[in-house]
Design a protein around this ligand. Structure first.
Ligand SMILES: [Zn+2]
Ligand SMILES: [Zn+2]
Length: 347
């Protein structure tokens, strides 16, 4: 089969193989024919070898597809089911986090796409216990955005967004814009996304989707123009200056959510600004179980449509897709090993 593989450690070493072995199904697992798989910032980091990975490994962890084979002991899934899958494969089930039910935070987990083989390929094997059914009516193109959506829902849970609140999002990348769409559909009275001029195209897309946008300008403090009374501010970037901006634009006793990973082990951050405002600052990593079903239900309701953030590329054209993500030309690139029209299937 075709597969985009990280062949060895180090910068690069990623190649599209046409003769990669089709994975075998083991007990408890299913074989899924991949319809779409999104490119995540993590994939770029694996390419650059700044994110952990276990080569040789097939990349791709934001996938959806159709079951084509089930192991003999799997009884609750059948061939033809459309699925997405939580990323918590090989969680140990014995550590403190696992026993609290937070398997997404298990230190031992090795997710498809970097820890075990992922889904920039024709087929991927997945454990039946982590699957979620894609509801009829939801196209594969939307389901391919389920994983980052679940991450954003898990984060929004932590700041307990209330109806009518004003929300600020720093960073118009995929996580920022998904969070903005979710907040808007979840009862926020206004959602404003802040970005740099290098993300102009992403800000323009956000505006088209009914989100307020603000482009940072040299020498202009956004607080002077947008105020500092947001109820909830979300940093999607992981940069210290962005988190500081989020903090300093939040009202007294407001909540701040960090959804980005920093480039290094430490960042500078406006601690006193958070202190004087008595803010609750939350960090949120990965995605909790129930957020997957809510992501899919929200898509099925029609209230949340992430397809507007997507651009589709064929697996053969993976290099253009990676390039367009890296240069921030597109928000969420979805790679398909099939033709683009197959992503429109809704049952
Ligand atoms: Zn990801
Ligand atoms: Zn564990």
């Amino acid at each position: 089969m075709k597969a985009l593989v990280k062949l060895e450690k180090g910068v690069g070493h990623v190649e599209l193989k046409t003769d990669w072995p089709k994975p075998a199904v083991k007990q408890g697992w299913v074989l899924v024919e991949v319809f779409g798989c999104g490119i995540c910032g993590t994939d770029l980091h694996i390419l650059e070898d700044t994110h952990k990975n276990w080569p040789p490994v097939v990349l791709g962890h934001e996938y959806t597809g159709r079951i084509v084979e089930v192991a003999s002991d799997v009884t609750n899934w059948k061939v033809g089911d459309r699925v997405v899958c939580e990323q918590h494969t090989l969680a140990c089930l014995t550590c403190d986090a696992c026993r609290r039910g937070a398997i997404h935070l298990c230190q031992a987990k090795r997710s498809p796409g970097w820890g075990i083989d992922g889904a920039f390929a024709d087929f991927v094997t997945l454990p039946a216990n982590l699957l979620h059914k894609v509801p009829d009516g939801v196209p594969f193109l939307a389901a391919a955005v389920c994983e980052p959506t679940a991450i954003c829902i898990t984060g929004l849970d932590r700041v307990a967004l209330q109806v009518g609140e004003k929300v600020l999002v720093v960073g118009p990348g995929p996580i920022g814009l998904i969070t903005a769409l979710l907040a808007k559909a979840s009862g926020a009275s206004s959602v404003t996304v802040i970005g740099r001029s290098s993300s102009k195209e992403r800000l323009e897309l956000a505006k088209k989707l009914g989100i307020k946008t603000y482009e940072l300008k040299n020498g202009v403090n956004p607080i002077d123009e947008l105020g500092d009374s947001f109820d909830v501010a979300i940093d999607s970037t992981g940069a210290g200056e962005s988190l500081s901006l989020a903090v300093s634009m939040t009202r007294r006793l407001g909540r701040v959510l960090e959804l980005g990973l920093a480039n290094g082990p430490e960042v500078q951050f406006a601690l006193n600004s958070a202190m004087t405002r008595s803010l609750a600052v939350h960090f949120s990593m990965s995605s909790e179980y129930s957020s997957w079903d809510r992501a899919l239900a929200f898509m099925a309701s029609g209230k949340y449509d992430p397809t507007k953030l997507t651009s589709v590329y064929s697996l053969d054209d993976w290099q253009s897709a990676f390039h367009d993500v890296e240069s921030r030309k597109v928000v969420k690139a979805i790679i398909t090993p099939k033709d683009a029209a197959s992503l429109d299937q809704v049952k």
